[in-house]
Design a protein around this ligand. Sequence first.
Ligand SMILES: [Zn+2]
Length: 266
Amino acid sequence: MSRMYFKIISALLVVGFLFLTPGTYAGEKMQNNNSLKGKKVLYVYGGWKGHEPIESVDVFVPWLKAEGAEVTVSDNLDSYLDEELMGAVDLIIQTWTMGTITKEQEKGLLKAVRNGAGFSGWHGGIGDSFRNNTEYQFMVGGQWVAHPGGVIDYSVKITDKNDPVTKGMDDFKMHSEQYYMHIDPNVKVLATTEFTAEHSSWIDKSVMPVVWKKYYGNGRIFYSSLGHVMTDFEVTEALEIMKRGIRWAAESKYAPKEKWVSPVYK
Ligand SMILES: [Zn+2]
């Protein structure tokens, strides 16, 4: 190699270093702040099969493990009775549409979350579980009531561009169920969807939360209404929102409590 070439290559390396380093550092920093490494995660699946709870295990569990989480996978709500497990978990991910939960199982779940375990899920897996259990619904912050028109085309609007879960994301389209929900006014909404009159005339132009954060006691709750079937997660944004939300919810025991106020009716 000639001296000239050596100088040119050296200069290029220096320029590359200057340009690439800040980006790499920011990426690593973000990763460290939200890492699932060493986190104990309980993944509970079951309930109505139309929401593909069994199939969901293959979508999320290998990713959780790749992130470094220690995952316990369970198809039984009796896991919520296991005090040692529930006292140790950093995050519970549940996909259990409808179904029933016993008083004792519910008590075990709510206690763990109040004490700082995160709780996360999507669509009916946490947003339409255990219809008789109001305290459970109080924890989640929203309950499914309708999906006018069934599987339709609709848009999701990112309304919070600063929150790490939705930062850098653009609005996107879904071909799935558009969830109409009864919502706790104190959730921090990150994304919304607007309804049309096509299937229910009286909800024309209604704006409905799609993605939100909240607390229940010390536990972080993260919800997205996207994910009727597992192919919905082929929409990059739908899957990325869940991944980022899961990372956020797993931090309740380690990060200071976030404060936000959203006095919708003030
Ligand atoms: Zn559905």
